[in-house]
Design a protein around this ligand. Structure first.
Ligand code: NAP
Length: 279
């Protein structure tokens, strides 16, 4: 599994990681086995959130005894992101995850609390050793500008944003902003949540052709296309060990320039939308 520097955190993180939204709806034993298979195959980046119901509890069981292998990320809800609320939310997540620290803690999306308050809480958590770094999610370039003004250089570890073959809006301004400022981009819902291109579609045919040339699957090719820039990481969610293994193997594929161009044509980026799309 390829690993790249995660922004300016000093950590090297697996290019393909593991999402956990709705993982608590799956059979618990299968979900734990999926996460563990993912870890065995190097998908160290495990993403969760206080919003994801009992997913943090599932992760706690999956990572018991192997915490040091994991780059563990959770998120505070905007409605909790006051100075005191952020700290309390983090402590609840630590308890549910049965760990003493998060590798990165994110503001799930921008809400009504002042960024200054949330950042002050994040920095307090860093000082206390409860989080190693912090970042944001669903921030457009202008939100990132504001956050940079509040936090100063080198503090924002990542921006976790919607990115899949049919939704490439972040390529217009968000990825360039993050590249310029040393901020990792984390692609969420890399399979479109539940909207992966059908094999019968034009895009599906392009994926299948490239996959065949690599002895790979269309989903593996999609993950590699999305992570073709070293600043971009992806966190597909899988609730079976088989799916986790398929996703992990994507990290070993190298697409040629022509293949990237073919995918670019099959799944056009489209014009810049007014607002940043999110789920
Ligand atoms: P996703 O990863 O795009 O897609 C998940 C779907 O793909 C599930 O139905 C899963 O099925 C299926 N799948 C996974 N691997 C597969 C494989 N190898 N073959 C066939 N099917 C496969 O959707 P997502 O869960 O929305 O996004 C991923 C993660 O991003 C989330 O879990 C969460 O951690 C994060 N996220 C963050 C935000 C945010 O606002 N920051 C928003 C959305 C998501 P099975 O479950 O049956 O394996």
């Amino acid at each position: 599994m390829k690993a790249n520097p995660f922004g300016r955190t000093g950590a090297n993180v697996s290019v393909i990681g593991q999402g956990t939204w709705y993982l608590d709806h799956a059979d618990r034993k299968r979900a734990i086995a999926a996460l563990q298979r993912g870890l065995d195959l190097g998908m160290s980046h495990v993403d969760t959130a206080e919003m994801y119901g009992d997913a943090e509890l599932v992760i706690a069981d999956a990572i018991a005894g192997r915490r040091d292998e994991v780059f563990l990320v959770s998120k505070v809800l905007p409605s909790n992101a006051s100075r005191r609320g952020t700290i309390a939310a983090c402590e609840r997540s630590l308890k549910r995850l049965k760990t003493d620290r998060l590798d990165c803690y994110l503001l799930h999306w921008r809400g009504s609390y002042a960024l200054e308050d949330t950042v002050a809480a994040f920095e307090e958590l860093v000082k206390a050793g409860k989080i190693k770094s912090w970042g944001v999610s669903n921030f457009d370039a202008d939100d990132l500008d504001e956050m940079l003004d509040v936090a100063g250089k080198g503090r924002i570890a990542c921006n976790q944003v919607l990115y899949h073959l049919k939704e490439r809006a972040i390529e217009h301004a968000v990825i360039p902003w993050c590249e310029k400022h040393g901020v990792a981009v984390v692609a969420y819902s890399p399979f479109g949540h539940d909207d992966f291109p059908a094999a019968s579609s034009k895009g599906g045919a392009a994926l299948a052709q490239i996959a065949k040339a690599h002895g790979a699957t269309p989903r593996q090719v999609a993950l590699r296309f999305l992570t073709r820039a070293t600043t971009v990481f992806a966190i597909p969610k899988a609730s079976s060990a088989e799916h986790a293994a398929e996703n992990a193997a994507a990290g070993d594929i190298t697409l040629t320039k022509d293949e990237i161009a073919a995918l670019d044509a099959a799944f056009p980026r489209g014009p810049k939308p007014r607002g940043l799309p999110m789920l």
